[in-house]
Design a protein around this ligand. Structure first.
Ligand SMILES: Cc1cc2nc3c(=O)[nH]c(=O)nc-3n(C[C@H](O)[C@H](O)[C@H](O)COP(=O)(O)O)c2cc1C
Length: 212
C-alpha cells in the first residue's frame, strides 16, 4: 500500500518538503509506503485545452513529469498534494501540473488512476492565505470521485523556511493525524475490497452544459 505525495514548491528541500517528510514518517509507522514527487523549479506548462489527451491517452506535453505522475498514480492507494501559499493561492506550478494531470486523466479513462482513492491537500504559509489555497487544491478530489481525508484542523502549517516547521507544533500534529487518518482509510478500503464489497454504482451518462 502506497501514498503518492506531490511537493508543489520550487524548493525541493523547503517547508513543504519538511511537512511531507513528517507525513512520510507517520505513514512508515503505519506500514504504508510513500513517495514524494517534486514539481521542481523548471517551467511547468499550463493546460492549453487542446483535448488531444482524449486520443493520446496522455498529455501532449511530456517533458515535465505530468504523464509520469499519472502513471505512478495507477499504483498508488492515496494522494497528498502539498503547496506553499503564494499570494493566498497554491503555487502556480502545482496548479498547472494538476490541471494537466486531472484533465488528461479524465480524458484518458475518467480518472481511473484516482477514483475511489483517498486524497488530501496540505498547504504551508508564513502567515495567511492557507484556507483559500486549501480550497483550491481540494477541488481536484471532488470531481475525480475521490475520498477527501481530514485531520484535527484544516491541513495547514506555518513556516517561512523549513527551520520554522518544528516550532508549529499544532501544524505538525495536524500532519501526523492526517497521515494516521489516511493510512487507516487505505487499510479500511483494502479490507472492503478483500471482503468483496462492490464499488459504488456511479452514473456518469448525464453531462449538461446549462442548467435551465
Ligand atoms: C511569491 C511568494 C508569495 C508568497 N505569498 C505568501 C502569502 O500570501 N502568505 C503567506 O503567509 N506566505 C507567503 N509566502 C511565503 C511562503 O508561503 C513560505 O515561505 C513557505 O514556507 C514556502 O514554502 P517552501 O519552502 O516549500 O517553498 C510567499 C512566498 C513567495 C515566494
Amino acid at each position: 500500500m502506497k501514498v503518492l505525495m506531490l511537493n508543489g514548491s520550487c524548493n525541493v528541500d523547503g517547508s513543504t518538503r519538511c511537512g511531507l517528510d513528517v507525513m512520510a514518517r507517520t505513514f512508515a509507522e503505519c506500514g504504508i509506503e510513500s513517495e514524494i514527487v517534486n514539481v521542481g523549479n523548471k517551467p511547468v506548462q499550463d493546460c492549453i485545452g487542446c483535448g488531444k489527451c482524449a486520443e493520446k491517452k496522455q498529455c501532449i506535453f511530456s517533458n515535465d513529469g505530468v504523464n509520469e505522475f499519472v502513471q505512478k498514480a495507477y499504483d498508488a492507494d492515496g494522494f497528498v498534494f502539498a503547496s506553499p501559499v503564494y499570494y493566498a493561492h497554491p503555487s502556480g506550478r502545482i496548479q498547472s501540473f494538476l490541471d494537466r494531470v486531472f484533465f488528461s486523466s479524465m480524458s484518458a479513462d475518467r480518472y481511473a488512476a484516482f477514483k475511489h482513492k483517498p486524497g488530501a491537500a496540505v498547504v504551508v504559509a508564513r502567515r495567511a492565505g492557507t484556507s483559500a489555497s486549501f480550497d483550491v487544491l481540494n477541488k481536484y478530489f471532488g470531481i475525480a470521485k475521490m475520498l477527501v481525508v481530514g485531520s484535527t484542523y484544516w491541513n495547514e502549517f506555518h513556516a517561512l523556511t523549513k527551520d520554522d516547521v518544528p516550532q508549529d507544533e499544532e501544524g505538525v500534529q495536524t500532519l501526523e493525524n492526517l497521515a494516521w487518518h489516511m493510512a487507516w482509510l487505505i487499510k479500511c478500503l483494502k479490507a472492503g475490497r478483500d471482503a468483496g464489497i462492490p464499488l459504488p454504482d456511479i452514473r456518469e451518462e448525464v453531462m449538461t452544459n446549462f442548467v435551465r
